[in-house]
Design a protein around this ligand. Structure first.
Ligand code: SAM
Ligand code: DTB
Ligand code: SF4
Length: 342
């Protein structure tokens, strides 16, 4: 049996079958596909900055920045452009090649666009790839940001369409897909993923990945976050998923979206070196670096440098296309594993 490797027509049963594979078979298949497209010893380094923190009108149950959360964050104003550029410079000096600016908004206001564009063009002028996550966008806003030099826009679907309403009620799953459409149409690259460990079923994880893989174009970057159960949020008491179950999600994402960058995102503070190594083996090839994510802690430069050195992993340079142009010419790959098991 041969199976087309870049696909947009995954069925629910096929994805469930991947999740049901014995772990060794799943990881072997993910690593085999990973090596067709990527240097397996290269990881992309992204750094986050919260440019506007807290007071968000959305009710995302995982988020400390929601006005519905009982956190002591308060609500800050949009940072000054110069302050953002100074933080970006430090991130670059620390080894980040992509800088992602996040704002706790439902969507950007027109009055903020000039400052946002100055931040984006300033970061790009430093030689870093630019990313932003600012909530929902209109087509005009997406185009303005793209024209200012924004390379990537992050906007996550977070979970399956079915489970979504348990976590967020102030905007719909379709709203998220609509923003992804305008981002894609503007020419920006799409960064879209979700969270594992919010109390969802394996079926929800499978359906989330199926939604992403069945988009007309796969997201260029796919952040897979492990829930950080933040005190004061609706999900503060949810237990961590089993590490093997988390690694399975990375592997399935890699198999379904072979050319995309899969980011081992939030939650690394709670992960052992061995779990992170397994995630890289399963096809993760990007991380957030730096001491902080948006409002929570991240392993930081020294710890990550030690891990990368132990694993022999190097940083991917900025603006280098991570995916090797190694797709088999007939778009087909031998895919005998399932056949052998049948
Ligand atoms: N307000 C913007 C939005 O929601 O699109 C941008 C920022 S938001 C914090 C970006 C993403 O971070 C969320 O969609 C979610 O997937 C992830 N995230 C937020 N809080 C998290 C948490 N406590 N644990 C894991 N991931 C989280
Ligand atoms: C994404 O998927 N994860 C990042 C980024 N996109 C914006 C955010 C993680 C946030 C973790 C919780 C916090 O620091 O507040
Ligand atoms: Fe607001 Fe984004 Fe947090 Fe949701 S995830 S509450 S939209 S900052």
């Amino acid at each position: 049996m041969t199976t087309q490797i870049i696909r947009h027509d995954w069925t629910a049963d096929e994805v469930q079958d991947l999740f049901d594979l014995p772990f060794n078979d799943l990881i072997f298949e993910a690593q085999t596909i990973h090596r067709k497209f990527f240097n397996p010893n290269e990881v992309q380094m992204c750094q986050l900055l919260s440019i506007k923190t807290g007071g968000c009108p959305e009710d995302c149950g995982y988020c400390s920045q929601s006005a519905f959360a009982e956190s002591d964050l308060g609500a800050s104003k949009l940072m000054d452009v110069e302050e953002v550029l100074s933080e970006a410079r430090k991130a670059k000096d620390g080894g980040a090649t992509r800088y992602c600016m996040g704002a706790a908004w439902r969507s950007p206001k027109d009055r903020d666009m000039e400052n946002l564009k100055a931040m984006i063009s300033g970061v790009r002028d430093m030689g870093m790839e630019t990313c932003a996550t600012l909530g929902m966008l209109t087509a005009d806003q997406a185009q303005e940001l793209a024209d200012a030099g924004l390379d990537y826009y992050n906007h996550n679907i977070d979970t399956s369409e079915e489970f979504y309403g348990e976590i967020i009620t102030t905007r719909t799953f379709q709203d998220r897909l609509d923003t992804l459409d305008v981002v894609r149409e503007s020419g920006m690259k799409v960064c879209c993923g979700g969270i594992i460990g919010m109390g969802e079923k394996i079926l929800d994880r499978a359906e989330m990945l199926r939604t992403l893989a069945n988009l007309a174009t796969h997201p260029d970057s796919i952040p897979i976050n492990q829930l950080i159960a933040i005190p004061g949020t609706k999900l503060e008491n949810v237990n961590l998923p089993h590490s093997i179950d988390f690694v399975r999600c990375i592997a399935v994402a890699r198999i379904m979206m072979p050319r995309s960058t899969v980011r081992l995102s939030a939650g690394r503070e709670e992960m052992s070196d061995e779990m992170q190594a397994l995630c890289f083996f399963a096809g993760a090839n990007s991380i957030f670096v730096g001491d902080e994510l948006l409002t929570t802690d991240n392993p930081g430069r020294d710890k990550d440098a030690a891990l990368m050195s132990k694993l022999g992993i190097e940083a991917l340079p900025a603006f280098e296309e991570p995916a090797l142009d190694k797709e088999p010419t007939n778009n087909l790959v031998s895919h005998s594993l399932h056949e052998e098991r049948a």
